[in-house]
Design a protein around this ligand. Structure first.
Ligand code: SAH
Length: 400
């Protein structure tokens, strides 16, 4: 039986199908013809057939009447519903890209909408995977997601990290579950180095694969230099800098668990002697380093997103401004600043403007050397700006 025949319709208002036709996958609640298909008639996560105002089928998706993004398109082919078979197919397509890109099985396997799996993120750590379902529609097929993953990869263990803040927007609760066998620590290989991370206790899914290419780039700038890695987490940038020949590396993070791992990761790669850590608030530590007139040849600033929602834009931009100014103040003459932002609400041009303003405020001049973005295991969906979030600007900071 063709299951899609049994899907309830969700009809859009006149002209509101244009964005979907242009490639987007989301429907906002004000775009639904609620007289024809009242949103309150749907269960959160229910699968539907999306119809244009004229009744033409746009494809299949799922609904959440309680969310501003009230529906997401899953397939433009009306014969395909979100079931195990479609999940297996999409995961295989996603896997083919990652296998082409990377020699070792450490990567983001599925990146939501960009891999045509709205609301699903899967990170692979060799034999173990971390799964995040961020929408009611994906949560509703959680069991099929796990079955599909088992068919595609046969992981030895899976951690379901249902603790990301975006789940609240969908009215979903927070929890963490484990299936199979998941060790306390797993090892990630990146650019020839090994990092140990905790999948259950670590930040987000345990490791930030998105910065991989940018960390590799850093190695070109550090030979013989003194490097500061701020918001260092488990030492992703700092240990790469040590491997790139840095004379000395200092990592700063507020989390004591992260600091412990940095030491373990430095030791595992043979760089304990050149790597020091400071536990504390980044802004305070930078202020203290400035007061002590400490100077670094390379400063990396890779903070958590300061702008999570549109209404945080102003305060967030100020935080980026303050942070980058502090970063520049501890840079030696002719220093390199690597400044990142993972806030998708902060456009690259605006981020660049903030760096320029920070440099002018200190009477320095800036050369923009390289612009890094998220690694290709986080593909950008060209119709969905939210999927394009990471900026890493490599700048040379000179006296004016
Ligand atoms: N640079 C890291 C990722 C950073 S994640 C990497 O490439 O892997 C953000 C990190 O910032 C976390 O480890 C968190 O503990 C730390 N953090 C958050 N707020 C902080 C603050 N105010 N001061 C210092 N560290 C902070």
């Amino acid at each position: 039986m063709n299951e899609s025949l049994s899907l309830a319709p969700l009809r859009l208002k006149k002209d509101e199908e244009r964005r979907l036709r242009a490639g987007h996958l989301w429907v906002y609640s004000n775009e639904v013809d609620t007289r024809a298909t009242p949103l309150k008639d749907f269960q959160p996560g229910q699968q539907v057939q999306l119809l244009g105002h004229n009744g033409k089928v746009l494809g299949n998706g799922y609904v959440n009447p309680n969310s501003l993004i009230c529906a997401r398109l899953v397939s433009r082919d009306p014969a395909h519903v979100l079931d195990r078979s479609l999940l297996v197919h999409r995961m295989n397509v996603a896997l083919a890209l990652r296998e082409r890109l990377f020699d070792t099985p450490h990567y983001r396997l599925v990146y939501g909408e960009s891999d045509q799996l709205p609301g699903l993120v899967i990170d692979r750590y060799g034999e173990v995977c971390v799964v995040q379902c961020t929408t009611a529609g994906m949560e509703a097929v959680k069991a099929q997601v796990l079955e599909a993953l088992d068919k595609v990869l046969q992981p030895q263990g899976v951690v379901l990290r249902a603790d990301s803040a975006v789940r609240q927007l969908e009215g979903l609760d927070a929890y963490q579950e484990t299936t199979g066998s998941v060790p306390d620590s797993v090892t990630v290989e990146e650019s020839g180095l090994n990092f140990s991370v905790s999948l259950q206790q670590g930040q987000k899914t345990g490791w930030f694969y998105d910065q991989r290419m940018n960390r590799a780039r850093l190695r070109n700038y550090v030979s013989g230099r003194r490097v500061l890695d701020v918001f260092s987490y488990v030492g992703g940038w700092g240990v790469q800098a040590a491997a790139g020949g840095a004379a000395e590396v200092m990592c700063v993070d507020s989390s004591s668990a992260a600091i412990d791992r940095i030491h373990a990761n430095a030791a595992a790669n043979g760089f304990s002697e050149k790597l020091a850590t400071v536990q504390g608030d980044a802004f305070e530590v930078l202020g203290q380093l400035r007061a002590d007139q400490e100077k670094f040849d390379v400063v990396v600033l890779d903070p958590p997103a300061f702008i999570k929602r549109r209404k945080d834009i102003k305060a967030g931009e100020q935080a980026y401004h303050r942070l980058n100014q502090l970063g520049m103040q501890v840079l030696a003459k002719d220093g390199i600043l690597v400044s990142a932002s993972c806030s998708h609400h902060l456009a690259e041009a605006q981020f660049q403007r903030i760096l320029l303003q920070s440099s002018r405020h200190l009477d320095r001049s800036l050369q923009l050397l390289e612009r890094g973005h998220q690694a290709p295991d986080h593909p950008v969906h060209p119709a969905i700006p939210e999927t394009d979030y990471l900026k890493a600007l490599f700048c040379r900071v000179l006296p004016s």
